[in-house]
Design a protein around this ligand. Structure first.
Ligand SMILES: NC(=O)c1ccc[n+]([C@@H]2O[C@H](COP(=O)([O-])OP(=O)(O)OC[C@H]3O[C@@H](n4cnc5c(N)ncnc54)[C@H](OP(=O)(O)O)[C@@H]3O)[C@@H](O)[C@H]2O)c1
Length: 229
């Protein structure tokens, strides 16, 4: 049976964008939300991308229960409460953490510090039995949601669990024009989360210069044999 990918907090721009690209590449998804009416609206839109797939919607709790692996795309303010709510269903599950805790002050984006050094490390500490893969931090929701756009960017992945990382690696490489990059173990997530801040600050500068919204992304040069881990 084909796997089901749950998107926890899948009603925000990043969750919808990731879900849309997954559906485009042939994956079954379940959109999770605190409010099942919200997730139902999103799942109806996703069915139009590929009516042949099994697109579902549910609460975050139900999504965690029925999905084979999860993407976490919630607002960082809700992480601790959410993890505590859905914890019974996270044992041994792969969780792709996309979250970037940040603040905006005096015209600049900067980090909110987490107890364990990064959002992904904090989540891993909250659920030691889960297989946290840190990723997608540098892919803008605006780009993901523009399905006519060839994104042509790298998706940086870090995890302490090599099998989990390999699974996500394969899922990413099925999405047209995205390339998965192995960044090592979960410690590296602090750098991945910081990359978003760099890009957001660059976006701000060049949106002003170009008088139009800019969404930058990253693609590495100089790599060979990136298809497999
Ligand atoms: N936007 C981007 O371009 C981008 C790029 C890279 C990474 N990210 C990261 O991806 C994540 C999602 O980004 P986004 O822009 O889609 O964020 P968002 O719109 O602020 O939040 C996404 C969803 O989180 C849920 N949520 C909000 N507050 C919550 C709370 N207190 N407790 C539980 N759930 C809550 C909401 O879903 P319900 O109301 O339906 O429950 C909301 O639709 C963020 O952590 C962000 O740092 C975003």
């Amino acid at each position: 049976m084909q796997k089901l990918i749950g998107i926890i907090g899948g009603t925000g721009e990043e969750g919808i964008g990731i879900a849309s690209r997954l559906v485009q590449s042939g994956e079954n998804v379940c959109i999770g939300s605190r409010d099942p009416n919200k997730s139902d609206i999103i799942s109806r839109k996703l069915r139009k991308i590929n009516p042949n797939l099994k697109i579902q919607s549910a609460t975050n709790l139900e999504t965690a229960k029925i999905s084979d692996l999860l993407f976490l795309t919630i607002n960082p303010n809700g992480i601790e409460q959410l993890i505590s709510d859905i914890k019974p269903y996270l044992d041994n599950k792969i969780i792709v953490d996309t979250t970037v805790p940040l603040k905006y002050n005096n015209g600049k984006f900067s980090h909110i510090e987490w107890p364990n050094g990064s959002s992904s490390l904090h989540i891993q500490a909250l659920i030691p039995s889960a297989k946290v893969v840190s990723g997608f931090h540098t892919i803008s929701a605006k780009d993901l949601n523009n399905l006519n756009k060839e994104i042509n960017q790298d998706v940086f992945l870090a995890s302490n669990d090599k099998v989990a990382k390999t699974k996500i690696f394969k899922i990413v490489n099925k999405i047209p024009n995205l390339r998965a990059i192995d960044c090592g173990n979960l410690d590296v997530s602090k750098y991945l989360e910081s990359c978003t801040l760099l890009l957001l600050n660059i976006n701000k500068i060049y949106s002003k210069k170009n008088k139009t919204p800019i969404h930058t992304g990253l693609k590495l040069s100089g790599l060979y044999k990136t298809e497999n881990l």
